[in-house]
Design a protein around this ligand. Structure first.
Ligand SMILES: Cc1cc2nc3c(=O)[nH]c(=O)nc-3n(C[C@H](O)[C@H](O)[C@H](O)COP(=O)(O)OP(=O)(O)OC[C@H]3O[C@@H](n4cnc5c(N)ncnc54)[C@H](O)[C@@H]3O)c2cc1C
Length: 427
């Protein structure tokens, strides 16, 4: 049912086509805004959407399969485009208080050669907000505090199993335990791995394994001293190690390694400790890498087989819309997954208010607007991943040489230009 673009070609044409379609007005369902809006999933996309809709007076309810908010994952960089959205949500000061403020991203080879640096301050100045590095647990806690302050109901232990629609225009969510609810609007923010919303909208929700594993960890140690303003990014052959400081004694990190097959490695994942998995990173890499791994307890390391989704031009069906990773999961190499989930939330709240509950208009224009930007980000994430996780030593040597001569000022300006698209300029 979804118009999936894979292998990915011609997305600009598809976008233009969508923009034409977005001019179409169905004129139905204007009553929906007064009705209950159900959001599936209490991740970044679901919670931020709930907050921004509630701030506009809409009746939102969040349903989450887990029994509480979890602290899975390590940290995120909130780039200035997303900081702008957090400002609209009224939680930017709290986020700033819990975050580090990175000023540069320094690239190194595995052997410690300087491969150049992106000046993050350039991006910040261009967009008008500071970039923030924050632990996921802190990020989630601040978002949940805002949910509580706005009195938004969140129903834990509700794992959606399917979505359907009734003849009178309602959407119905069926939960695994047999309960069901109906709503005027369902917003599927149920992530990348098995989204019910994507299955309803597209007929298929299978994510695409992109051939690499990430181990993400949080290291807090008073004996270690991190440079609090520098993100370090080490590139090897088919491997990568990144360190993001939050303060002098606290950092999160990600180790990445190419792995063609999930199944072989998945077997190993359950039988060895993470530190054993990461042994190669402790031998042939700069000392800081082994130090940070050794200083991180196994309980604070997660292993992830990294998937994304092929971009699709179809994000809604009747009164069900998918957002966040369910609609446009991108690889961690894009650096923008959570940031784009936040942007979705703001644009959706704007569109719903602007079109006064006309869902066809709202969802079509929202999709048209968001498709181009998120698709560019998905493809940029794939491009960087295919270079970083390349297994050919000759290719990697050439890539590193090229990095040394890259005009990183131009790169920073291009990043700022792309990431600020479709957002009002900061004052
Ligand atoms: C290894 C890794 C590192 C990353 N690092 C960064 C980074 O540094 N910066 C960044 O911007 N992005 C990063 N990302 C991407 C980012 O994590 C996601 O893009 C972001 O979390 C998307 O938010 P979401 O709300 O759409 O999905 P999620 O955060 O996955 O939330 C989905 C929610 O839906 C719930 N759910 C799922 N199924 C159901 C169901 N059937 N019923 C009810 N609830 C359900 C889940 O429990 C979850 O709470 C990274 C991703 C990976 C894999």
């Amino acid at each position: 049912m979804c118009r999936e673009l894979s292998p990915f070609t011609g997305w600009r044409d598809k976008f233009q086509e969508l923009q034409v379609l977005a001019g179409y007005t169905s004129g139905v369902m204007k009553e929906n805004l007064k009705m209950k809006i159900v959001i599936l999933g209490a991740g970044v996309a679901g919670v931020s959407t709930a907050i921004l809709l509630k701030q506009r007076g809409m009746d939102v309810h969040v349903y989450e399969r887990r029994t509480a908010v979890t602290n899975i994952g390590a940290g995120i960089v909130i780039w200035p485009n997303a900081a702008w959205v957090l400002d609209q949500m009224g939680i930017l000061p709290a986020m700033q208080a819990a975050s580090g403020q990175p000023q540069k991203m320094q690239r190194w080879s595995q052997t410690g050669e300087d491969l150049g640096a992106i000046n993050i301050q350039t991006i910040n100045q261009e967009i008008g907000y500071a970039s923030l590095a924050i632990l996921r647990s802190d990020f989630q806690n601040i978002m949940m505090d805002r949910m509580t302050a706005l009195d938004i109901p969140i129903h834990y232990h509700h794992a959606a199993s399917s979505i359907s629609t009734t003849d009178d225009g309602k959407a119905v969510v069926q939960f695994l335990d047999g309960r069901q609810i109906d709503a005027g609007i369902i917003i599927g923010a149920d992530g990348r791995m098995a989204s019910c919303a994507r299955r309803f909208v597209c007929g298929d929700n299978t994510p695409v394994y992109q051939g690499f594993i990430n181990w993400v960890g949080v290291c807090e140690n008073m004996d270690l001293q991190f440079d609090p303003v520098t993100i370090a990014d080490y590139w090897g052959v088919g491997e990568r190690f990144g360190i993001v400081p939050v303060n002098q004694h606290l950092a999160y990190w990600a180790a990445g390694r190419a792995s063609a097959s999930i199944s072989q490695d998945r077997h190993a994942a359950h039988s060895v400790a993470h530190s054993a998995d990461l042994a190669s990173f402790m031998q042939d890499w700069p000392q800081v890498v082994s130090t940070i791994i050794r200083a991180t307890p196994d309980s604070r390391i997660n292993k992830i087989f990294v998937h994304d989704h092929h971009p699709t031009t179809t994000w809604h069906r009747q009164n069900v819309l998918m957002i966040g990773d369910a609609a446009h999961a991108s690889l961690p190499t894009s650096g923008q997954g959570a940031c784009q989930a936040l942007e979705d939330a703001w644009h959706l709240a704007e569109s719903l208010a602007k079109h006064d509950g006309d869902l066809e208009q709202t969802f079509s224009q929202f999709t048209a607007l968001r498709f181009a930007k998120t698709t560019g980000i998905t493809m940029a994430g794939r491009g960087l991943a295919s270079s970083i996780f390349n297994m050919d030593p000759q290719f990697c040597a050439g890539r590193n040489d090229q990095s040394k001569t890259t005009d990183y000022h131009a790169v920073a300006l291009a990043m700022a230009n792309g990431w600020s698209q479709h957002l009002p300029k900061a004052a």
